[in-house]
Write a protein that binds this ligand. Structure first.
Ligand SMILES: C[S@@+](CC[C@H](N)C(=O)[O-])C[C@H]1O[C@@H](n2cnc3c(N)ncnc32)[C@H](O)[C@@H]1O
Length: 297
């Protein structure tokens, strides 16, 4: 069955065999954190020991899907990132730990420890040949800085023209309730973060796998950036949310996408399986948009 540009409404461990081995440029994984968040299921409520075992299981399941040039970015929190990063280092090469500073404003709350305002994003690769397009994510220098660097030693410096490396601390404001991007979803990631990951690690027309789609940020980013996505999400309500987000993303002229072949909504509902039953090869489809959207710049 065709997997590209589809979200499968099923447990990723049950469905990952659908994804061909060595076919994915980049994995963006934002799994539950074992912090008791409510995703309409018990997935964020595992005990630490079970969470570590489950984390190892999904990591082992997705690694074979990566191309040799592929990378895996995983969002974690400080509570469990040390153990999970340690395990991942036995399977892959760690390139960076990126700190996402969520820019949470000062407020009351913690009085016996410092307030935690960051996520730990692990950046891992399969081999030294990994794809990394730094120029796609450089941050332009502001005019004042450029002006201040007019001394002859700076003239003609490529980095001054093309901008600087974003470094490994990313200060990007979390999505407030009023943010135009915001969905009714507890831990939605900003497009700015996910798009930077995709631009740097997946070539245009490449393939991104997100085993835990949530509100569908990765799928929306892929549509905007002309990459293909493959996703899994167990909660059917979130799959519907993703469909709506994808419709909106493709309708906005700003996003200027051209969808070749199929419509942008590809949520597949997989009927729950009885234990030991094989994965159904003909999933029930949710109603689809009737027309393919083509928009121009
Ligand atoms: C942290 S959220 C992902 C948020 C997402 N990155 C976004 O920006 O909206 C984790 C998601 O994984 C889903 N999930 C949990 N266990 C899963 C599993 N075994 N297979 C597929 N999805 C799962 C949850 O329902 C939840 O929506």
């Amino acid at each position: 069955m065709e997997t590209l540009n589809r979200i499968f409404n099923e447990d990723m461990l049950a469905g990952i065999a659908r994804v061909p081995d060595s076919s994915v440029d980049c994995i963006v994984a934002d799994p539950p954190y074992a912090l008791g968040k409510d995703y309409g299921n018990g997935s964020d409520k595992l005990k630490p020991k079970d969470y570590l075992a489950w984390s190892k299981a999904w990591i082992d399941a997705v690694i074979p899907k990566l191309k040799d040039t592929g990378s895996l970015f995983v969002f974690l929190t400080w509570q469990h990132s040390p153990e999970i990063f340690s395990y991942m280092k036995t399977r892959l090469t760690m390139i960076n730990e990126i700190i996402w500073d969520r820019r949470v404003p000062s407020m009351g709350g913690s009085t016996r420890k410092f307030s935690s305002v960051h996520d730990n994003i692990g950046f891992f690769v399969k081999s030294k040949k990994y794809y990394f397009d730094l120029d796609a994510v450089r941050i332009p220098y502001d005019p004042e800085t450029k002006k201040a660097r007019t001394r002859s030693i700076f003239v003609g410096k490529k980095w001054l023209e093309v901008g600087y490396n974003p470094k490994d601390v990313w200060s990007v404001t979390r999505l407030h309730a009023e943010d135009h991007e915001r969905e009714m979803f507890p831990t939605q990631k900003p497009l700015e973060i996910v798009e930077r990951i995709i631009k740097v690690s997946c070539p245009e027309n490449g393939v991104v796998l997100d085993p835990f789609m949530g509100s569908g940020t990765t799928a929306v980013a892929c549509v905007r950036l002309r990459r293909s996505y493959i996703g899994f999400e167990v909660n059917p309500d979130y799959c519907r949310m993703i469909e709506e987000r994808l419709k909106k993303a493709s309708d906005l002229p700003l996003f200027a996408i051209e969808i070749v072949g199929a419509s942008p909504c590809h949520c597949e509902t997989i009927p729950p399986q009885a234990e030991g039953e094989a994965i159904s090869s003909e999933p029930v489809r949710l109603p689809r948009r009737s027309s393919t959207k083509n928009s121009s710049q």
